[in-house]
Design a protein. Structure first.
Length: 272
């Protein structure tokens, strides 16, 4: 049996290999010659930098905390802010001297100056004397410290006459009325303190003494009264003020109409 199968197997193998041999004999296609190896003569290129790729962070790993600046306290302003105040509600501060209240105010030249005076003289050899006066005036400021002005005056006097100077049946006191013209001057020497001087010419009723009998009586004459002293001013507003003035009366004789010293309370009001 084996002898019978061997010839058949050889014949099949010959048939299988015959087409491959025929194709090998008939393939006449020209193939290119293999390329010769070439040497690389170009300069070596710079290495390309590579950034290491961080490894992905795992969720369970702790992440570094980023510090966050704390906000400023509520009760303190930011560095670029200013708190408002009554002088600048908007919070803006203007340069010193630029506010309207800091600007120099115009000098009001004219003012009304009225004074009320009281005087008492109890050391006179002819008795005691009480006087009250009122004197309105118009003042003019030459500058901020110095002012002058004219005015009118009225004075009332009450004289108490001792018995040795009275004739039988004559009164024990005399009342007189006096009207005059005056001029005054003031100079502010320190803050609200000032010196005051004035000169008054008055048509006055004064006391006369008879040279023979020594009896006191009254009569009208012209009296010149120089006064000088110091005063203090208290302001109510930028236009109104009140003064208190103590004056020395240089006319301290029998024809004196004011007594010694003279204390005056004055009212000042600036005119437009």
């Amino acid at each position: 049996m084996k002898r019978t199968l061997l010839p058949w197997a050889l014949a099949g193998a010959a048939l299988f290999m015959a087409p491959a041999a025929a194709l090998a004999q008939t393939d006449t296609t020209a193939r290119p010659a293999p390329a010769k190896p070439q040497l690389n003569t170009a300069p070596p290129a710079a290495p390309v930098p590579t950034t290491p790729t961080p490894a992905p962070q795992k969720e369970y790993e702790a992440r570094p905390s980023v510090p966050v600046p704390a906000p400023p306290p509520v009760d303190q302003p930011l560095p670029t802010q200013t708190r408002p105040n009554p002088d600048s509600p908007s919070g803006l501060e203007f340069p010193e001297g630029s506010r309207a209240s800091e600007q120099p105010k115009p000098l009001r030249k004219y003012f009304l100056y009225a004074n009320f005076g009281l005087g008492y003289n109890g050391s006179s050899a002819y008795g005691s004397q009480f006087s009250a006066s009122i004197a309105p005036a118009i003042g003019y400021r030459i500058n901020e410290r110095f002012a002058v002005g004219p005015g009118i005056s009225y004075a009332f006097n009450n004289y108490s006459i001792p018995a040795q100077f009275r004739a039988p049946g004559t009164p024990s006191s005399y009342q007189t009325n006096n009207i005059g013209l005056k001029g005054f001057a003031q100079f502010i020497f320190y803050k609200d303190f000032f010196v005051h001087g004035e000169y008054e010419v008055t048509r006055a009723e004064v006391l006369f003494q008879d040279q023979n009998t020594g009896v006191i009586s009254t009569g009208k004459i012209t009296v010149n009264t120089p006064l000088a002293g110091v005063g203090y001013r208290s302001r109510f507003s930028d236009r109104a003020a009140a003064d208190i003035v103590v004056l020395y009366n240089f006319n301290d004789g029998l024809d004196d109409i004011y007594g010694q010293p003279v204390i005056r309370f004055s009212f000042l009001f600036d005119l437009k």
